[in-house]
Design a protein around this ligand. Structure first.
Ligand code: ZN
Length: 135
């Protein structure tokens, strides 16, 4: 289910959205923010809810970042307990599902990107400008 309830903001080199995370279940950001190298979803799973099917991907790896709450991620039948602070990378071929088996909402971010596509990052891609920071 996709629930968009956010305020959008846009500039020459940025696009942002504010969502009411506590009152939505899933928001995909690729189209909303015009992402070109990844898909990102913001997710809230209420207690007792979870994936309705197991899935895998053709070419994208996924990174699950648990932001708040706890639950379980299943990869190839192996069940992994997750909680706030857990980050899990799942390879494209990993058959996965997630559930919230706790009594509190589970908040997580899922980022998917093409496996092997990252060729430069942080120090090899970042360029420090000569502009000082002013607010
Ligand atoms: Zn997926």
């Amino acid at each position: 289910m996709i629930i968009m309830n956010g305020q959008m903001s846009k500039g020459q080199n940025f696009t942002s959205i504010q969502v009411d995370w506590a009152n939505m279940q899933k928001v995909f950001l690729k189209d909303t923010l015009q992402l070109t190298g990844m898909e990102v979803s913001l997710n809230r799973l209420p207690p007792g809810e979870g994936s309705h099917f197991r899935h895998k991907h053709k070419q994208n790896e996924e990174l699950f970042i648990i932001v708040k709450g706890s639950g379980q991620l299943q990869v190839d039948g192996k069940i992994i307990d997750v909680r706030e602070g857990t980050s899990i990378r799942v390879a494209p071929d990993g058959v996965r599902a997630i559930r919230n088996n706790s009594s509190e909402d589970l908040y997580y971010i899922c980022i998917q990107a093409k496996e092997g596509s990252l060729t430069a990052y942080t120090k090899t891609d970042g360029i420090i400008t000569d502009k000082t920071v002013e607010w």
